[in-house]
Design a binder for this molecule. Structure first.
Ligand SMILES: Nc1nc2c(c(=O)[nH]1)N[C@H]1C(S)=C(S)[C@@H](COP(=O)(O)OP(=O)(O)OC[C@H]3O[C@@H](n4cnc5c(=O)[nH]c(N)nc54)[C@H](O)[C@@H]3O)O[C@H]1N2
Ligand SMILES: Nc1nc2c(c(=O)[nH]1)N[C@H]1C(S)=C(S)[C@@H](COP(=O)(O)OP(=O)(O)OC[C@H]3O[C@@H](n4cnc5c(=O)[nH]c(N)nc54)[C@H](O)[C@@H]3O)O[C@H]1N2
Ligand SMILES: [Mo]
Length: 766
């Protein structure tokens, strides 16, 4: 939506009439007044399709449509009547399209035909499906080693498609599965198992109705999982304190007007959400967490001396955990001046928050990218787990740890085998069920795949969805790596940056979206997905596909597998694709937790994959939950030079990852533009600059590469010291490929040391 660029205060609550208006205008922009509206009514209903937006679970008894502004936008984006046809590609060269914004690229509409890159005309031209499959097969077979190909997954892929995909890739011979979760909740998948034996959350939606207290670290529910606002609003109305730690005063963490509540809508009232919103410094969370625990540990010692009862849950700690002594020593030796300096919060604020947490019998601790996308993301997650464990807040009703996942099936993809570090047990079950020997060596994640591509050791890149070229760090380095490849292939619904940052040969394969009817030889198919709380349920599209040439993701995998593996394959690809029940039977055979998959998926609402930690069974080597140590307070020590700021990169209210729905960010008061830097007035003044000035952002690094983005406008904002924020993906060129968490390889998208300098004249006008 084109809007005059401006910055202005936004005083409305989150949700409310602004949300309804936003949906209406998105439907109109995509030319879908009526169809869109009926499509919306089928979203997240027992008989409908799973919303392709976020991974927040649905209430058990979905009797009426649960309104979600950003879910509606995600649907509008998919059911658009705009089409990106062969004629479109004939009109625009790839070089020209490279100059388009991410917003303009996806506005071209749904892809309609398989396309291949023609170097002579610098254009994508149509290709038949069989020829496309043969091209992929030719390149893969020509590789001297299967480990020279990379197979990316973005988290919208269904369980059925993901399972077939990993089966093909492993039969082909590699575990190279770079995955969007490597850039997202990998810190959870790696950090949490060491603490509690499982890399997923332990709460169910019902727990929000029973809890006494909710803590939210680095997550923006009003924008990125708006259906969570229903739970938060209900909790707030029951008097449950909600405490948030976020450098931004995110609007939905302050006040929310429920679009499904006629009284709030008509009376223009809203519900306050957070009792306290602490504006922690970027990267200051370990300091906060240690501060909270320090208060608890020291007051526990005191109250036990006075015989006024313990504050820590000692029965739980003694019965279920290891490491408490060392943790207590660590907390006692951590000093308040250090905690205050690194967190940017006063001791009294942390004490107040700790007292609220200590009073609660049942607490839920929620977190998102503000915690995981750091140089020590996995350590952040482990300190958060410590906070839960000290009060026995794992494995009881109304309590638990709640990582809010990103893509609607990112969790399910992992569960059914999309992982570069498969366990020997899984590989052995997969191999014995199908009768082949899967590769045992660990494969590449996103960072190591990019490194291998940069060194010329990987030659083919295949993507099942997503827009990796925009989502990854360090574009000047990583885009060169893509351009050097022999072949890039993208299975996609919309045109995006990754199609333009291509290898010598390149294919775009257009696929069905969630909302569309998927008809195969055995009739109409459903797929299934797993939400953030491990509920698995069916999803069935009901719209006519955007083009008759689209294929489903499982059908595309099967086509490539047949072309590449031919007779050497032990899998009945055709049979599996004819009837997805057969894929689910195979999933069940390989993963016993899916017992009764096909029956249970037919029950409205689906079923829960049991979590051992929820039952207080700890799948760790010690058989206990582990209170783990982190040495120090900050992810990275503050540079001595006070000129250096920590930059965090965030999503606007009008984007889905690299898909930009509009240039505005209503809740933060930014309209018609995205080239802004949120920073405090004091930090602006300290640099002799003024609000509204144009600046370049330059990464502070020692590898000799200058990483800069140009011409950002300074927007004065209530923001912590030595911190600033700008949008993703515009700031991705600033993140060095080497800046990642050594445990989980998660890029440090939310902690980039930068300097700002007055924009060079040549870049002032963009
Ligand atoms: N509409 C919509 N929905 C989405 C998405 C989308 O782009 N649009 N993306 C999906 C995906 S893949 C994901 S992973 C999730 C992402 O959902 P979120 O986890 O909410 O992601 P972000 O907006 O990147 O950042 C979260 C919050 O962290 C705060 N933050 C930044 N740095 C720090 C820090 O150092 N400490 C703390 N405590 N907070 C910090 C930011 O201010 C922001 O409020 O949402 C999913 N849902
Ligand atoms: N600086 C910075 N960088 C980040 C982040 C950040 O917070 N800051 N967040 C990171 C996170 S959390 C994530 S998850 C990644 C996201 O990385 P990705 O998952 O790779 O990116 P998306 O933007 O979600 O992908 C959008 C594309 O998906 C395709 N698509 C949509 N629906 C479907 C479908 O049903 N099937 C198929 N095959 N394709 C489909 C469309 O072509 C669309 O253009 O980005 C990461 N990058
Ligand atoms: Mo994500």
């Amino acid at each position: 939506m084109s809007e005059k660029p401006r910055i202005r205060r936004y005083d409305e609550p989150a949700g409310g009439w602004g949300a309804l208006w936003a949906v209406g205008s998105h439907l109109i922009e995509q030319d879908i007044p009526i169809k869109g509206a009926t499509t919306l009514l089928r979203m997240n209903q027992p008989e409908g399709f799973d919303c392709p937006g976020c991974a927040w679970p649905d209430p058990k008894h979905t009797s009426s449509f649960e309104f979600c502004e950003n879910g509606a936008k995600a649907i509008a984006w998919e059911v658009t009547t705009k089409r990106c046809t062969p004629e479109f590609f004939a009109e625009h060269s790839v070089t020209d399209l490279g100059g388009w914004s991410d917003y303009q690229l996806e506005m071209a509409g749904r892809l309609t035909h398989p396309m291949t890159y023609d170097a002579a005309s610098d254009r994508y031209v149509p290709i038949g499906w069989d020829d496309a499959f043969a091209t992929i097969a030719r390149h893969l077979i020509a590789l001297p080693d299967p480990n020279m190909a990379e197979f990316y997954t973005s988290g919208r892929t269904s369980n059925e498609a993901a399972f077939l995909y990993q089966l093909f890739v492993r039969e082909f011979g590699t575990n190279n599965f770079p995955d969007c979760s490597n850039m997202c909740h990998e810190a959870t998948s790696v950090g949490l198992p060491q603490s509690i034996g499982v890399g997923k959350g332990t709460v169910l939606l019902e727990d929000f109705d029973k809890t006494d207290c909710i803590f939210i670290f680095g997550q923006n529910p009003g924008t990125n999982s708006p259906r969570m606002m229903t739970s938060l609003r209900d909790a707030s109305r029951r008097g449950v304190p909600i405490i948030s730690f976020n450098p931004f005063r995110e609007r939905a963490l302050e006040r929310f007007q429920a679009p499904q509540n006629p009284v709030e809508m008509l009376s223009l009232t809203s519900t306050p959400i957070s009792e306290a919103l602490h504006q922690v410094r970027v990267g200051g969370d370990i300091a906060v967490l240690k501060g909270l625990m320090k208060v608890m540990v020291e007051e526990d010692e005191q109250t036990r001396k006075e015989n006024t009862g313990p504050i820590l849950d000692w029965d739980f700690i003694r019965g279920h955990t290891t490491g408490v002594e060392a943790l207590i020593v660590d907390l006692k030796t951590t000093t308040w001046p250090d905690i205050e300096a690194r967190s940017g919060l006063q001791r009294s604020a942390i004490e107040e928050a700790a007292h609220i947490y200590m009073r609660a019998q049942r607490a839920i601790v929620v977190y998102g990218m503000g915690l995981t996308q750091h140089r020590h993301g996995a350590r952040n997650v482990q300190q958060l787990a410590n906070l839960c464990l000290l009060r026995g807040n794992i494995g009881k009703d109304g309590a638990g740890i709640c990582p809010v996942r990103g893509h609607s099936n990112v969790q399910g993809d992992r569960t059914v085998g999309i992982t570069e570090i498969p366990t020997p047990e899984f590989l052995s079950r997969l191999g014995s069920h199908f009768g082949f020997t899967p590769p045992q060596a660990h494969g590449h994640n996103v960072v190591t795949a990019l490194e291998a591509m940069g060194r010329g050791q990987s030659r083919v890149f295949f993507a099942m969805g997503g827009n990796i070229a925009a989502a990854i760090p360090d574009w000047q380095v990583t885009h060169a790596a893509f351009r050097g490849l022999d072949l890039t292939v993208h299975v996609s619904t919309k045109l995006n940056r990754s199609h333009l940052v291509h290898g010598k040969a390149a294919l775009i394969l257009p696929c069905l979206g969630r909302t569309e009817i998927d008809r195969q030889a055995g009739g109409r198919q459903s797929v299934s997905v797993e939400d953030s709380m491990s509920m698995v349920h069916a999803s069935r599209g009901m719209n006519r596909p955007a083009s008759e040439h689209l294929r489903s993701e499982p059908a595309i995998v099967a086509g490539i597998a047949r072309a590449t593996l031919g007779k050497r394959s032990v899998v009945d690809w055709e049979g599996m694709v004819a009837d997805y029940d057969r894929i689910r039977d195979a999933i069940e055979a390989v993963f016993p937790i899916f017992q009764g998959y096909n029956d249970r998926i037919r029950v409205p609402g689906g079923f829960h994959l049991t979590s051992m930690a929820r039952e207080r069974i700890w799948a760790t080597p010690s058989g206990k939950a582990n209170l783990l140590l982190y040495d120090g307070l900050s992810e990275d020590p503050d540079p001595e030079d006070a000129e250096i700021l920590w930059l965090t990169s965030v999503r606007s209210h009008d984007q889905y990852n690299t898909t930009i729905y509009s240039m505005s960010d209503r809740y933060r008061g930014v309209f018609g533009r995205r080239d802004v830097l949120f920073i405090s007035e004091a930090e602006i003044a300290r640099r002799g600059l003024s609000p509204g000035d144009r600046v370049d952002l330059v990464t502070e690094s020692s590898d000799g590469i200058e990483r800069a983005v140009h011409g950002f406008e300074l927007v004065p904002y209530a923001f912590p010291d030595r911190s600033c924020a700008a949008y993703y993906p515009e700031t991705n060129p600033l993140v060095p490929l080497g800046a990642y968490d050594p445990m989980s390889f998660t890029p440090s998208y939310k902690g980039i040391p930068i300097r700002i300098r007055r924009a060079q004249p040549a870049t002032e006008v963009r």
